[in-house]
Design a protein around this ligand. Structure first.
Ligand code: FEO
Length: 407
C-alpha cells in the first residue's frame, strides 16, 4: 500500500474495516481516520485518529521518524474520530506543540486534559514555516463543527481538508484513481448527504475561499485522497451545497396492511415518465443513510405513511426527523397514506414536509382503510404531476434558476 502523498508527506492514519455504525450513519464500507506526517526541517503531524487507534498511528509515525522529531500536531477538527487520540499522541511526542484555532482549543479542553500541552493558536491567513514547506491555515466554521479548519501547503499545492471531501470508505488503496470513481464519488455523496447537508451555506463560503488556492491534491480526514479528480469533487460539492436537483422522484413510505404500499406503487407508476429516474424506498427495508443520500439530489419526494396511534408509523417518523435535521432544500413533494377510524399519519407527514419548506404540490393524499380505484387513479395523477415538476425544477437549475435556501 502506497502511503506517500509527496516526498516526505505520508499518510499515517487508520483503516477501520469493521465499523458499521458511525453515530447512526450506516458505514457499510467501513471508514478511515486519516492523519498525515509532513517531514521537513520541522516535522508536523496533521490530525490524529479515534482514541483506540492512537498507538497504531504512533507506530506509523515512528516508522518514518523518531517521535521526538515531531514539533507540531495540527488539529483541524476536535471531533473524537480525529482528535480522540490526541491525549495519547501528545503524551508520546515530547517536543510537540498543538496547533489549532481558538475555538478548537476550547473544544479540545472540554474533551481532554490539555493543561500540560504546549499550544499555538492560529487563525485564517496564519502560516507556519516548516523549512522547505509552509503550513497555511484557513478556518472553515461549521464544515463540520464551529472550530473546523483547513491546512494548506502552497509549495505542494496540497490541501488537508478534514471532513470536507471525505468518504466513509475503508480500503487498502489511498488514492481516488485506485478504485472505480463511481464508488468513491457515491461514498463522498453519502458522506455529504448525511454529515454536511445542514451547512450548505458554510460549504459555499468555504468553496469560495478554497477557490483562491492552487490545489492539486486534497487529503481529507476520511477515505480516499483526491489527486486525479480534484475538479470533479469540487464541482460535486458546489452542486450538493445547493442540493441541485436532478429529475428524480422518490416514493418513500411505510405501510401497515399494504394500503399505503398500494398508493406508493400507483404514485411510482404515474411518476415513471421518460427522462425521470424513480425510486421506491420502503423505510423498513432501507436505512436512514441511503434515504438521505437519495434525497440530496432528488427534485421531488412523495412521502407516505399509514396511520398508527393517530400519527405516522414509527420508522417513517424517524426518517422524517432525520431529514428535518439535515434540511435538504429546494424539493417539491406531497404526503400520502392510509387511515382507519382516526386520521393522523399523512397529516403528520405533511407537517414535516412543510417544516422543511418544501414546495407541496397538494395536500395529503389519503385512503380510508383501502385505496379505491379512484384513489389509485388520483395517486397516478399526483405521481405524474410530481415527475413533471421534477423535470421543471431540474431544467430550471440547468438554466440558472434559484433555489430557496434553508434558514
Ligand atoms: Fe470526521 Fe466531523 O468528524
Amino acid at each position: 500500500m502506497s502511503t506517500a502523498l509527496r516526498d516526505n508527506v505520508d499518510w499515517v492514519g487508520y483503516v477501520d474495516w469493521t465499523v458499521r455504525d458511525f453515530h447512526g450513519y450506516d458505514t457499510e464500507h467501513g471508514t478511515t481516520y486519516n492523519a498525515y506526517l509532513v517531514r521537513d526541517e520541522q516535522t508536523a503531524l496533521i490530525d490524529t485518529v479515534k482514541a483506540p487507534h492512537a498507538d497504531a498511528l504512533l507506530d506509523k509515525v515512528a516508522a518514518l521518524t523518531d517521535l521526538s522529531n515531531v514539533r507540531y500536531v495540527v488539529c483541524n477538527h476536535a471531533e473524537p474520530d480525529h482528535a480522540g487520540g490526541l491525549s495519547r499522541v501528545m503524551a508520546a511526542l515530547p517536543e510537540a506543540t498543538l496547533v489549532c484555532d481558538r475555538k478548537c482549543a476550547t473544544a479540545l479542553s472540554q474533551h481532554h486534559d490539555t493543561s500540560g500541552w504546549k499550544t499555538q493558536l492560529v487563525a485564517t491567513g496564519d502560516t507556519l514555516a516548516l523549512g522547505r514547506r509552509t503550513l497555511q491555515f484557513l478556518e472553515t466554521p461549521m464544515v463540520h463543527w464551529p472550530e473546523s479548519m483547513f491546512t494548506y501547503i502552497p509549495e505542494e499545492r496540497l490541501l488537508f481538508s478534514m471532513d470536507a471531501f471525505g468518504q466513509h470508505y475503508a480500503s487498502s488503496q489511498r488514492f481516488d484513481d485506485e478504485l472505480p470513481l463511481a464508488a468513491v464519488m457515491e461514498a463522498a455523496k453519502a458522506y455529504y448527504a448525511n454529515i454536511i447537508t445542514p451547512y450548505g451555506k458554510q460549504v459555499a463560503a468555504t468553496l469560495a475561499k478554497t477557490a483562491q488556492l492552487d490545489i492539486e491534491m486534497i487529503a481529507p480526514a476520511h477515505g480516499l485522497i483526491w489527486r486525479s479528480h480534484v475538479p470533479g469533487v469540487l464541482e460535486a460539492y458546489r452542486s450538493w451545497a445547493e442540493c441541485r436537483p436532478v429529475p428524480k422522484v422518490l416514493v418513500i413510505y411505510d405501510t401497515m396492511w399494504d394500503s399505503t404500499a398500494q398508493m406508493a406503487h400507483a404514485i411510482l407508476e404515474g411518476a415513471s415518465l421518460p427522462g425521470v429516474e424513480v425510486q421506491l424506498l420502503h423505510v423498513r427495508h432501507s436505512n436512514l443513510t441511503r434515504i438521505a443520500t437519495e434525497v440530496l439530489d432528488a427534485a421531488a419526494v412523495a412521502f407516505g405513511s399509514s396511520t398508527l396511534n393517530q400519527g405516522p408509523m414509527p420508522i417513517a417518523a424517524a426518517v422524517l426527523t432525520y431529514l428535518k435535521g439535515l434540511r435538504p432544500v429546494g424539493k417539491t413533494g406531497f404526503a400520502f397514506g392510509s387511515y382507519g377510524w382516526s386520521k393522523g399519519g399523512p397529516e403528520a407527514v405533511n407537517e414535516y414536509l412543510q417544516t422543511m419548506k418544501w414546495e407541496l404540490l397538494r395536500g395529503p393524499l389519503k385512503a380510508r382503510y383501502r385505496p379505491t380505484p379512484q384513489v389509485l387513479d388520483e395517486c397516478r395523477a399526483a405521481g405524474k404531476a410530481l415527475a413533471e415538476k421534477a423535470q421543471e425544477l431540474a431544467a430550471d437549475r440547468r438554466t440558472g434558476g434559484q433555489l430557496v435556501s434553508a434558514p
